[in-house]
Design a binder for this molecule. Structure first.
Ligand code: A3P
Length: 303
């Protein structure tokens, strides 16, 4: 157990990673309760790495023949309400799953995934983000939640120190990313490994890749009639963050972990860290990243 990012929430160490107790409880319970199906598509990530966006893109791809442009649930629900979260929604015996919906999401590290995930042979899509932007995004997310809960926030410097020591929700970030990276090299047909920056720079290409991996590729007719571009536009930061539901709605309303939807959207950019970290902080994170990733073949420093 160690001090967390505010005065109230300690973090707990389990199987090499740090967790908030509520999530850890869900993760442990999901080991028994969560039964993955071979047709499942599990969206995995560390927090603040593009999960909301990836959920929206995958949901839009899977449901594109069920809704037209004006009826997609993505226009009236935050993406987190469209894709169940394993450690919160599918633990403790609550397994209310829509049998038609193959998408699920989790932040559980690869090495701690419930056994049924690997046994079922279901597919995994992982998204990661450069450590500097992920850290800055996490800091601002935590800060907004602390304000919402009237908690005294820690300073950027204090939280930075904790992040460098790997002490953040589901951290160390590098170990989390490496677990999925190595697994994706071993089983590329089962694990698609994405980087936030690459998806941001060429979203259409990754929407097509994602659709193929999920098993619902775009037909030539769909491509000709702009189906890919429609999904890119509907799921763009500008579009999602400006929807009424994402400006004023709440996720998990009336529960102790209720969050205003607008907190899931902040800047949606590559390189925002430059406005928040000193050159020394940035260099330190780059150094740790290079040391941790070593010769794994993965580069998370580029941005
Ligand atoms: P910033 O805080 O840097 O803006 P997650 O969903 O894993 O928590 O990641 C959140 C990050 O993704 C936030 O980054 C958020 O603004 C950004 N994001 C949310 N929706 C997005 C979208 N549609 N396109 C690009 N980035 C998005």
């Amino acid at each position: 157990r160690t001090k967390g990012w505010n005065a109230e929430d300690d973090l707990y160490h389990y199987q090499g990673f740090w967790f908030h107790p509520t999530f850890l409880d869900g993760i442990m319970s999901a080991q028994d309760y969560f039964k993955a199906q071979p047709s499942d598509i599990l969206i995995c990530s560390t927090p603040r790495s593009g999960t909301t966006w990836l959920k929206a893109l995958a949901f839009a791809i899977v449901t594109r023949n069920s809704f037209d442009d004006s009826t997609s649930p993505l226009l009236s629900k935050v993406p987190h309400d469209c894709v169940p979260f394993v450690e919160m929604d599918l633990s403790h015996g609550s397994s209310a799953r829509d049998p038609e919906m193959p998408l699920l999401a989790t932040h559980i590290p690869f090495s701690s995934l419930p056994k049924s995930v690997l046994e079922s042979g279901c597919r995994i899509v992982y998204i990661c983000r450069n450590s500097k932007d992920a850290f800055v995004s996490m800091f601002h997310f935590a800060r907004r939640l602390e304000i919402q809960r009237n908690l005294e926030p820690l300073s950027l410097e204090e939280v930075f120190e904790l992040f460098c020591e790997g002490k953040c929700h589901y951290g160390p970030q590098w170990d989390h990313v490496l677990g999925y990276w190595r697994a994706s090299l071993e089983r590329p047909e089962k694990i698609l490994f994405l980087k936030y920056e690459e998806v941001k720079e060429d979203t259409g290409v990754y929407v097509k890749k994602l659709a193929e991996f999920i098993g619902c590729p775009f037909s030539p007719e769909e491509e000709e009639t702009g189906a890919v571009e429609k999904i890119v536009k509907m799921c763009s930061f500008e579009n999602l963050s400006n929807l009424e539901v994402n400006k004023t709605g709440k996720h998990r309303e009336d529960t102790p972990v209720s969050i205003q939807n607008k907190v899931f959207f902040w800047k949606g950019k590559i390189g925002e860290w430059e406005n928040h970290l000193t050159p020394e902080m940035a260099a330190r994170l780059d150094r740790i990243t290079e040391q941790k990733l070593g010769n794994s073949g993965l580069n998370l420093v580029r941005h």
